[in-house]
Design a binder for this molecule. Structure first.
Ligand code: 5RP
Length: 249
């Protein structure tokens, strides 16, 4: 299904947008249209879907004269805010946000999320926790009944570098599964987070029901900075569907 075309500044047709991209764009645009209002302080998530949300916010600022302050959740989000000429903020100046918008790697039927595919889950969780509303935007491949149904890369866990082995061993003993240190391309070395830490990816067994308890237990392990499990945080989730509609949870 091709329902959108990309145009350059001279309005020449460049190429049709792939359905998955179009679904991200639609979810993000609808979320921004529903939630973003003049004068708001916004949390800006990370990833590819949030790019469309920032484009929509920038359009509203330009066309409707909206004034908003954007608090980024990563270096990528920081650059996105700046390159779209949006007003940059931080949690030191704005510790309470109106709305945080972010993507997700997987969303289950209870709106529990896996995040951190890009390794940004720590700052994403901090920013989301400062927002009165946390809104998630995603394509249809993220919409699952249970965690792990479609997303097979596991749960990202940010750790202090010296602790990556003991944390891995403890997680395996507690819950089973496999834990991998996330490596850079060509195995050039471990991926380093925006906070200077390592990322573990936990390929969890499929018999886990109580994600809140799991999250709390993992967070108690010395050396764990944050997990990519977002339990009870999302208020609204927008999924762009392949038929061009948007499903809202
Ligand atoms: C980064 C994230 C992203 O929000 C998540 O990986 C979704 O990304 P995308 O919108 O590209 O699918 O958690 O740490």
């Amino acid at each position: 299904i091709v329902s959108c075309v990309l145009r350059d500044f001279n309005s020449k047709i460049l190429s049709p947008m792939a359905p998955i991209e179009e679904s991200k764009r639609r979810a993000a645009y609808q979320a921004v249209d529903d939630f973003v209002k003049d004068g708001m302080k916004l949390g800006i998530g990370s990833g590819s879907t949030i790019v469309y949300a920032v484009h929509r916010i920038a359009e509203k600022v330009k066309n409707e004269g909206l004034k908003v302050i954007c608090v980024p959740t990563s270096f990528q989000a920081h650059q996105l805010v700046v390159s779209n000429n949006l007003q940059l903020g931080n949690l030191e100046l704005h510790s309470e946000l109106d709305v945080a918008i972010d993507g997700a790697d997987e969303v289950d039927s209870n709106m529990t999320l896996i995040k951190g595919g890009g390794g940004c889950q720590t700052q994403e969780k901090i920013v989301a926790s400062c927002a009165n509303k946390f809104v998630v935007v995603a394509d249809y491949k993220k919409d699952s009944k249970y965690l792990g149904e479609q997303y097979k890369k596991g749960i990202p866990i940010e750790v202090i570098p010296m602790a990556y082995t003991p944390v891995s061993v403890k997680i395996k003993k507690l819950f089973g599964g496999e834990v991998h240190l996330r490596m850079a391309q060509m195995k050039a070395g471990p991926v380093i987070s925006d906070n200077g830490n390592f990322i573990l990816d936990w390929l969890f067994p499929n018999d886990i029901a109580d994600w809140k308890a799991v999250n709390n237990e993992i967070k108690m392990i010395a050396g764990v900075v944050e997990t990519g499990l977002f339990v009870g945080m999302a208020n609204t989730v927008y999924f762009g569907l392949p038929d061009g509609t948007v499903k809202v949870l």
